[in-house]
Design a protein around this ligand. Structure first.
Ligand code: FES
Length: 142
């Protein structure tokens, strides 16, 4: 296990042990902030790209699971990071309310990622992506 993987594992374990979901999100926050060249990783095959609405997709980068939201609103397709702009917890899609909810401090975002409630200072980040041969590749720093 490399040092980075060990640190990530340690933070996740501490977060789960203490019941602090926000702490469990720290490895993701750490990895999403680091510098490095942008690489496009296959995240969703053609059948997993929603025709409308939101779909959560998990994929693997360097042995770590990453989560994104692929959103089709009207005719626009975009990819949202699940990292809350307040303190970095991971948001989830609330299908009934049609909004993203942050479990840590009640942050709320609309389907476009705009803040509609709570303390987040900025919208959810839109991630770069490409469609190649029908599959969606998301840009990640590695
Ligand atoms: S981390 Fe999301 S509202 Fe605080």
């Amino acid at each position: 296990m490399q040092r980075r993987e060990f640190l990530s594992w340690l933070l996740k374990s501490a977060g789960v042990a203490l019941g602090l979901e926000g702490l469990a999100a720290l490895p993701y926050f750490y990895h999403s902030r680091k510098e490095g060249p942008l690489r496009y990783i296959m995240a969703a095959e053609e059948g997993k790209i929603p025709r409308r609405g939101v779909r959560q997709v998990d994929f693997s980068v360097a042995g770590m699971t990453r989560k994104i939201f692929i959103v089709r609103e009207e005719k626009e397709l975009f990819v949202l990071s699940p990292t809350c702009s307040h303190l970095g917890c991971l948001v989830s899609w609330n299908y009934l309310k049609q909004e993203f909810d942050c479990p840590c401090h009640g942050g709320r975002y609309d389907i476009s990622g705009r803040v509609i409630g709570g303390p987040p200072p900025k919208p959810l980040t839109r991630l770069p992506y490409e469609i190649k041969n029908g599959s969606l590749y998301v840009g990640v720093r590695a």
